[in-house]
Design a protein around this ligand. Structure first.
Ligand SMILES: Nc1nc2c(c(=O)[nH]1)N[C@H]1C(S)=C(S)[C@@H](COP(=O)(O)O)O[C@H]1N2
Ligand SMILES: [Mo]
Length: 317
């Protein structure tokens, strides 16, 4: 089972932390509404559910064993802060995620800007345990918490002219050193999907992982997760979603088009110009552990191959 519905979601372990406390409480309320208490009215803002007495979550029904959370939190790609995977944990803590609004516009009937909390009130949160494959040939398994992007887009009512969905990340140079220094990439970070990819039920917007809110270095408060594509498509800190008639330029594709395609579907038979994509190092695997064979569409071929039935994946990479 790939998608667990809210009713099956395990309740989270309660941890105490000062950061984003209010949203954390709201999310926890939503996450733990399934612990037996009544769901309706549970997200009025104040905690109607006794958060201190929840059963500890378990992920035993997941297909894959999640990567230890400490590894996922301390090995991150967040180029707005640093190119160093170990340093972004510390550097990202200055990032301001509260309050957070999401703008939805372009080729839609209902354009608007919404507080993240208001969006969460409307969406059904789910836990989904997905494989995650970085283009650099390492991988992990993450229990994300979030909701279907398609459900959100449907509320915006896309027009028939909407063919692509563009995502823009936060521009916050005061806290993001590489934006301040105009370093490495064009900022803000931009990604995009074809509309059918965006509407696919596997595609989600995540607000949490491992039963808790997203750590800042992992893309708080809102990030895209598209499990059959290379990790760079999974843009962090999303502030704007635009439905467009034409494909926009995306950050990595623009930076090095021969290396980072627009599609970026995981494909072991299409090597990166500088390395093979045939296998991957799993985070947490030992020095002598063999590498994992990379799968077409990262193992999600059954769900998504039909999206590309008329395309030669060697050229649309
Ligand atoms: N805004 C933003 N989103 C981003 C990136 C980034 O640098 N900035 N890096 C991407 C890359 S290359 C990967 S592999 C994943 C990493 O997600 P993680 O750090 O949570 O593992 O985020 C993607 N999303
Ligand atoms: Mo990546």
């Amino acid at each position: 089972m790939i998608i667990k519905t809210q009713k099956e979601i395990p309740s989270s372990e309660i941890t105490d932390s000062a950061v984003f406390k209010e949203r954390r409480n709201l999310i926890k309320t939503m996450l733990t509404a399934v612990a037996g208490a009544s769901v309706s009215g549970a997200w009025a803002g104040e905690n109607k559910i006794d958060l201190a007495n929840l059963t500890k979550g378990d992920f035993s029904t997941a297909v894959f064993t999640p990567t230890p959370v400490e590894l996922v939190k301390n090995y991150t790609n967040y180029y707005e802060f640093t190119l160093n995977k170990e340093d972004s944990t510390k550097l990202a803590q200055k990032f301001v995620v509260d309050p957070w609004s999401l703008e939805i516009g372009g080729e839609v009937e209902n354009a608007g800007t919404y507080h993240l909390e208001d969006i969460l009130h409307q969406q059904t949160l789910e836990e989904r345990v997905y494989r995650f494959r970085c283009v650099e040939a390492w991988s992990m398994v993450v229990p994300w918490v979030g909701f279907s992007l398609g459900n959100l887009l449907k509320l915006a009512k896309p027009l028939s002219t909407a063919k692509f969905v563009k995502f823009t990340a936060m521009y916050q140079p005061e806290t993001m050193p590489n934006q301040r220094n105009h370093a490495m990439l064009d900022w803000p970070y931009v990604e995009a999907l074809r509309i059918d990819e965006a509407m696919h039920p596997l595609t989600m917007l995540a607000i949490g992982m491992y039963g808790d809110v997203l750590p800042k270095q992992n893309g708080a408060p809102l990030r895209l997760v598209v499990p059959w594509k290379y990790g760079f498509k999974c843009i962090k800190a999303v502030v704007k979603i635009e439905l467009l008639e034409n494909a926009p330029l995306t950050t990595w594709n623009k930076f090095a088009p021969a290396e980072y395609g627009f599609y970026a579907n995981v494909n072991p038979t299409v090597p990166h110009p500088r390395w093979s994509q045939n296998s991957e190092r799993e985070l947490g695997s030992g020095f002598f552990t063999s590498r994992r064979q990379t799968e077409l569409f990262n193992g999600y071929a059954e769900q998504v191959a039909s999206l590309y039935h008329d395309m030669d994946l060697r050229y649309f990479f």
